[in-house]
Design a protein. Structure first.
Length: 196
């Protein structure tokens, strides 16, 4: 995989449409139930399909946080059952300078995200590389240049728009501009409950 920087002025348009219809509101989808967790026991296809049939009544875009076998099952079920839902696919990243094994896990996650985006081009509408990896209070904060490397890897190896999701307080900081220049659009988290 190439890690060379793509021209920062060439952005890919985020196209929130399902056919000719605007997608409307979106929702994050954490498909794990009691006793299930990423990297452990995942949901059965029957459970995912039940969730997707409920979700599709109200939302046409879902955001999932990681790229693993469970995420792949979500995408496959959407395709197999022609469920009218698109996906903002996540690539879950954590600080790899503290835990050296984490770099292997981050790399595996990034490769899987790229593979899934390429395998499901009509379903994956965008990739979010990392989630709250730069805000000051993050428990998995990573160095900015490492995050940028993963963003570039996704942009150089897929055709969908690529972003990263973070808290508004990070996006308001001057340091965020370097990351913003690498993305196709901004995903900002605003927590009314915590921010008053």
């Amino acid at each position: 995989m190439s890690n060379s920087k793509q021209d920062p002025f060439v952005t890919r348009k985020f196209d929130p449409f399902l056919g000719s219809e605007w997608i409307g509101n979106a929702v994050s989808y954490g498909f794990y139930r009691k006793g299930q967790a990423p990297g452990m026991k995942g949901p059965a296809e029957k459970e995912i399909l039940e969730d997707l049939n409920i979700i599709s009544k109200y939302w046409k875009l879902i955001r999932i946080y990681g790229s693993d076998k469970d995420s792949e099952r979500v995408l496959n079920l959407i395709k197999e059952h022609s469920i009218p839902v698109k996906v903002m696919l996540g690539i879950w990243l954590e600080n790899e300078t503290v835990d050296r094994e984490r770099k292997k896990e981050n790399t595996r996650e990034a490769e899987m995200g790229i593979e899934l985006a390429n395998e499901y081009p009509g379903i994956v509408s965008a990739i979010s590389v990392g989630n709250e990896t730069r805000v000051s209070w993050s428990q998995h904060k990573m160095e900015q240049h490492i995050l940028i490397d993963y963003i570039r890897r996704a942009r150089n190896n897929t055709s969908v728009p690529v972003t990263t999701a973070d808290d508004y307080s990070y996006w308001l900081s001057p340091e965020s501009r370097e990351v913003a220049d690498e993305t196709d659009f901004i995903v900002a988290h605003i927590y009314a409950l915590w921010n008053g």
